[in-house]
Design a protein around this ligand. Sequence first.
Ligand SMILES: [Zn+2]
Length: 297
Amino acid sequence: MLVGFDIGGTKIELQVLSDQGEVLFKLRQPTPGDYAAFLIKIREMLMDVENKIGFFGGIGIGLPGAICPTTGKMKNANCTFLNGRDVIGDLCQATGKTVRIANDANCFALSEAVDGAGGGGTVVFGAILGTGCGGGIVVNQSIITGANAITGEWGHNPLPGYNPETDGDIGQCYCGKKNCIEQYISGTGFAAQYNHKYQADLNSQQIMALVDAGNEQAVAAYQLMLDQMARSFASISNILDPDVIVLGGGMSNIERLYQDLPSAMNKYIFSNEPKVTVRRAVYGDSSGVRGAAWLAK
Ligand SMILES: [Zn+2]
C-alpha cells in the first residue's frame, strides 16, 4: 500500500494506491495557512488512512519546490511557509513515517513512467507545458534528482537555435534570464508570442481553435511554436535519448502535436532515422499525487 500527497497552494490531495496502482482511497483538504497547522493536517489525514485502510510504512510527497541538497531545507515552494523548513525531518517526527519528497514535475514523470504513457520505457522524459514549463527525468522507474535538485528544468535553458528575426525578442523571464524555452512553448508563452505579434488578447486554447478553423495567422503562429518545441525537445533527445517523451499540462491537449512534433524534431536530431515517441499523459491532474505515492515504494 502506497500513500502519496500532492501539496498545492490551495488544496492537499492524498491518494492511497495498491502495489499494482489501483486507487484504494482518496482525500482532499484545503491547504492550511501556516507550518504548524500543515504538520497537524498531514498527521490527521494519515490517521484517517490508518483508520479506514490500515497500517502502512512510508509516505511520498509531491509539490512545486525542492529540498536544497546543501541544507536539507525546502526551497522554491509555492506554499511559502514551507521554505527554509526541514520538512522531511519535521514530518517524520509528526507522523512517525518515513517521508520522501520530490517536485511536482518529477512526480508527474515518475507516475507516467511507472504505469502511464511512459510505461515500459527505460528512460522517460516528462514535460508539463502549462503556465510554466517543467520537466522530470525517470530512469528505470527512479527519479534523477541531480546535484542541485534541478534535473529536468530545461524550461529555463535558452531556446535552442534562437533567431531574433523569426523567434522574436520575448524579453526577460521571471528567472532573470532572457529567451528561456518556457517563454515560447508553455501555454502562457505560446499565447504571449501570438498576442505580442498580432496585438491580440487570446489564450492558447483560443489560438488553437483559430488554427483548427484554418486562420492563416494562427496557423503560422502554431507552426513557429511547433518548430520551437521541436528544437527544445530535440536538445533533450540528443543528450538523454529518452524512449518516451510524455506531455502534460494544457498544451498536451493539442491533439495534432502527437503527429506533428516527432517529424518536426527529426531534422534537429543527430540520427539519420530517429525514432521519437511523444505521448500525452495518461493520468492528467492525478499524475502528481500518483507519482508521490510511487515515491513511497
Ligand atoms: Zn527562465
